[in-house]
Design a protein around this ligand. Structure first.
Ligand code: HEC
Ligand code: HEC
Ligand code: HEC
Ligand code: HEC
Ligand code: HEC
Ligand code: HEC
Ligand code: HEC
Ligand code: HEC
Ligand code: HEC
Ligand code: HEC
Ligand code: HEC
Ligand code: HEC
Length: 306
């Protein structure tokens, strides 16, 4: 066998090598006409290529994919210099009929046809991705956010690579981890915040400290109800008391006092209206209600009344 070195196009060594090869190898494979010109030139087969070309056969063997399984060297390279000079195929010889195959510069991304799925993606690609992934662009367009201004490969720097949100952002609380983000956000429409009913109230607390603190301090059964149970599914949803409680009091009372909050205060800081009854069932407890403890608000209003 010949010393197998890759033959660079501009290499001087190649000429020397070619000279040697002409004698040793090509004579038998028909590159050069021999004395017996009337003999048919034996065809070059795909198994001959490796005698002079190391890299292409190696690339194909390792990562050729369908270009290894479905085609051979000579399906793509018909003939060989000097007999046939133009032996680099056009991709369109075999790939046509999809918008993806109308793109310019196939080799810009598929930089090595012998390893067709090893892609070299530039940092500013969007349009070519849409030949296969339309829905993501639709989402980015329909739900405008800063992400809508990015190219696809700003985030997907390699094909199929999914970036972590936290490679560019921080969580809303120190305890928040990457896996939490997708409970509330989708990358292509990040401001359309939705979440499931099991969402831990602590995740809301990072931005709604006041609501969280009130609820945690509250002594009624609302204390045990999570934010996501009341503010269901979609961010900024505000429920009505009646959604969960229906009409809990006789119509007469409701018509005189139409606002639940008039007696119960707000949902996060629900008045402990049943506290008196609850405590009187326990013998040791003094009958005082926590709500009469004057805080800043109530003392102010007391002053005004005077
Ligand atoms: C005896 C050695 C030898 C064998 C066998 C050989 N080649 Fe080559 N090949 C060369 C040399 C030398 C060149 C450079 C020729 C030139 O640029 O003029 C070359 C160039 C090429 C090129 C580049 C052509 C271009 O236009 O840039 C391709 C493609 C190629 N060979 C494919 C093959 C394939 C496919 C086979 C097997 C079917 C094969 N070769 C077998 C020696 C060989
Ligand atoms: C699917 C088509 C296809 C197959 C199969 C294929 N090639 Fe190629 N090959 C190409 C194309 C296209 C180029 C030009 C690449 C470029 O311009 O960068 C090329 C370039 C080459 C070159 C010159 C540049 C280089 O990489 O050194 C050689 C040599 C070569 N091929 C050899 C082979 C051999 C040997 C085989 C089989 C083991 C093979 N090719 C199989 C399409 C193919
Ligand atoms: C001689 C025909 C031929 C040529 C020329 C050719 N291909 Fe292919 N290619 C195929 C076949 C056949 C398949 C397998 C397709 C299938 O199974 O549907 C394939 C598959 C592929 C794949 C998928 C590989 C995989 O493993 O799934 C890519 C990517 C590809 N080709 C890119 C190219 C590019 C880029 C060019 C031009 C540089 C090119 N092809 C030139 C025949 C060719
Ligand atoms: C902007 C980058 C880019 C350009 C330009 C590009 N491709 Fe692709 N191509 C891709 C990506 C990404 C894939 C998906 C690879 C995968 O599925 O792993 C792909 C897949 C393929 C496939 C296999 C899947 C399929 O749908 O058939 C073929 C064949 C293919 N390309 C051929 C071509 C041809 C031919 C051209 C030029 C007309 C071309 N590509 C231009 C990026 C590109
Ligand atoms: C030729 C069609 C084609 C092109 C062009 C293409 N893709 Fe893909 N892409 C696919 C296919 C098929 C899959 C699913 C198979 C897989 O996981 O590799 C995929 C998977 C993905 C995934 C991973 C999906 C997951 O669920 O993990 C991302 C992200 C992606 N592509 C982004 C891109 C970006 C960004 C571009 C533009 C640079 C692009 N694709 C161009 C065909 C394509
Ligand atoms: C490659 C970096 C990068 C990645 C990855 C990334 N983002 Fe962003 N994102 C940004 C930049 C830059 C901005 C605009 C500046 C800012 O608001 O911080 C932004 C803005 C946002 C915004 C505000 C949008 C607006 O228009 O105000 C949200 C929400 C967001 N990102 C969530 C996410 C989530 C969730 C993920 C993961 C699914 C993620 N981001 C992944 C870079 C990134
Ligand atoms: C801000 C970064 C960012 C940008 C910009 C971005 N993606 Fe994504 N993409 C992601 C993340 C993160 C995921 C994982 C799913 C998620 O978190 O919603 C993803 C998922 C995907 C998937 C898998 C299927 C899916 O929808 O979940 C595809 C395909 C995809 N992106 C393609 C694209 C395309 C095409 C573009 C350009 C039009 C694009 N992406 C722009 C970050 C981004
Ligand atoms: C419990 C739900 C929830 C979780 C979990 C969550 N976010 Fe958010 N995120 C939101 C809400 C709600 C907004 C405010 C949206 C608005 O302003 O309309 C937001 C806004 C953002 C913004 C815009 C800038 C800002 O801080 O206001 C970024 C960036 C962001 N989130 C990234 C992330 C990342 C990264 C993660 C994962 C570590 C994450 N988010 C987890 C609900 C959540
Ligand atoms: C990244 C910060 C952030 C996170 C996390 C967050 N929110 Fe918000 N939330 C906001 C902002 C900003 C507003 C708009 C405030 C405004 O309009 O005054 C808002 C508004 C709201 C509103 C509507 C207020 C009104 O007056 O209409 C509700 C309800 C709400 N959030 C509930 C939640 C719940 C429940 C969670 C957890 C699942 C949560 N938020 C997580 C930032 C956040
Ligand atoms: C998403 C459903 C939901 C909404 C909206 C809601 N609540 Fe409740 N509420 C509950 C649950 C669950 C309980 C506990 C019931 C139990 O454990 O028996 C509760 C308990 C109560 C109690 C009894 C407290 C106790 O400790 O005994 C009162 C009073 C009450 N809610 C009033 C209200 C008022 C007033 C509003 C509107 C400002 C409201 N609720 C909104 C779900 C809700
Ligand atoms: C029992 C149901 C319930 C729970 C639990 C609940 N909320 Fe609310 N929330 C409401 C109702 C009802 C309103 C409308 C004001 C009112 O009538 O009390 C409201 C109003 C809000 C508002 C807008 C007004 C304001 O106070 O700023 C925000 C923001 C909010 N809630 C966030 C949260 C967060 C964060 C949590 C968890 C820590 C939470 N809520 C838990 C029912 C609830
Ligand atoms: C006039 C004052 C007043 C108004 C207005 C009022 N409530 Fe009440 N509510 C009370 C009192 C006092 C109790 C505790 C005594 C009891 O259990 O009947 C109570 C109890 C409740 C309970 C707990 C019932 C149970 O079985 O534990 C719920 C739930 C409730 N109210 C919801 C509401 C809702 C929703 C509204 C508005 C539609 C409302 N209330 C309006 C005074 C009021």
């Amino acid at each position: 066998m010949v010393g197998i070195k890759e033959i660079g196009k501009k290499s001087v060594a190649r000429h020397i090598m070619l000279g040697v090869l002409c004698m040793s190898c090509l004579l038998t494979t028909g590159f050069v006409s021999t004395a017996q010109a009337e003999e048919p030139i034996p065809a070059l087969t795909s198994s001959d290529c490796i005698k002079c070309h190391a890299k292409a056969p190696k690339d194909i063997a390792e990562k050729g994919g369908a270009h290894k399984a479905k085609v051979t060297c000579i399906d793509c390279h018909a003939g060989h210099p000097p007999n046939v000079m133009k032996i680099i195929p056009q991709c369109s010889q075999c790939h046509s009929g999809k918008s993806h195959y109308e793109l310019a510069g196939c080799l810009q991304c598929h930089s090595n046809p012998h390893t067709p799925l090893e892609l070299n993606l530039a940092k500013n690609l969007t349009a070519p991705c849409l030949t296969c992934h339309e829905p993501q662009k639709v989402q980015l367009n329909q739900f405008k956010s800063h992400h809508s201004t990015f190219d696809c490969t700003t985030c997907h720097s390699k094909h199929g690579f999914i970036p972590e949100c936290m490679s560019c952002h921080q969580g809303h609380t120190p305890a928040m981890v990457q896996a939490d983000c997708k409970n509330c956000h989708k990358a292509h429409m990040p401001l359309e915040v939705t979440y499931n009913k099991d969402t831990d109230s602590k995740q809301c607390a990072g931005c709604h400290k006041e609501a969280f603190d009130l609820l945690m301090a509250n002594k009624t059964k609302h204390h045990d109800v999570s934010c996501a149970t009341c503010h269901k599914d979609k961010h900024k949803t505000i429920p009505h008391c009646e959604d969960c409680h229906g009409v809990p009091h006789p119509a007469g009372i409701i018509s005189k006092f139409p606002k639940c909050g008039g007696c119960h205060n707000i949902a996060h800081d629900l008045n402990n209206v049943t506290d008196h009854a609850a405590k009187t069932t326990k013998p040791d407890v003094k009958i005082t209600t926590p709500n009469i403890k004057p805080d800043m608000k109530s003392s102010k209003s007391n002053v005004k009344k005077k």
